[in-house]
Design a protein around this ligand. Sequence first.
Ligand code: PMM
Length: 309
Amino acid sequence: MSSGEPSCTPPFPVAQPGAVGCWRCRDRELTWGERTLVMGVVNVTPDSFFDGGHHAGTDAAVEHGQALWAAGADILDIGGESSRPGAEPVAAKEECRRVLPVIARLATTTQAVLSVDTCKAKVARAALAAGAHVVNDITAGQADGAMIPLLRKYDAGFILMHMQGEPRTMQADPHYADVVEEVYQFLAARAQAVIAAGVAVANLAVDPGIGFGKTFDHNWTLLAHLPRFAALGVPLLVGASRKRFLGELCGRPVEKRLAASLAVAALAAERGAAIIRTHDVKETCDAVRVADRLRSATSHTTERSTCGD
Ligand code: PMM
């Protein structure tokens, strides 16, 4: 969508800075906006950019998920298809083979809210049946027409992420006239479309998709304007953990990007991110605690609806 097109008004009241709300994910509810929520990444893949192959087997992935839960993760995001730049697609059957046993075991051995990182309705359906509460779809529900009815049926949490292009080619030549405006309009339009299709606004979260069809400068511009996305009034997720733009800034390979990732996590939380997606849960919990404490010392919280009201 070009910035010259008419702007899309969110179908819900624009949130004030410091808004608090309740994210409904099936039978689970997460209060967002008070304490920053931490989502730990559990990749059951051979080829993800940081942890590909580290816990590709079921036992190793389950143990990793349990360790992230014990370290303080509110949400575990289980993925069976890498979305790193240049990644090749994986068949639904293979994706299911990777993630389903991990989700089933984490559902009985942790209290974490479980998210499945997939854009295929077939995988999402099986994951929800196995105990997942959230679908994290990097295509914002556009890749598979069966996704939205499925979410409606399960009352599942749904993360709408912005991506320009597709993982195989998205970093070839990302281009925007106005990256903030275009990502904002995309997220507002997708939220509007899925709400019109019957998904509850209380199920939604949005994500500007750091590194997904974005240059180094696009990523920094998006991070600088997080309050604009937070104003959509649903939880804002930011996933910058160990990504390439941090390596470019600091001149570090992927295994040495923890400090930069923590700095981004704290700054994003301070600018309105409600959920931080990370490979390093223990350290990220500390980093966002600092941001939360500073925020509560400097601002008043605007009450919206908190869980259990
Ligand atoms: N990043 C990756 C994968 N899935 N999902 C969301 N919503 N946001 C992200 O930034 C994101 C994602 C990148 O791959 P990884 O699983 O190896 O971190």
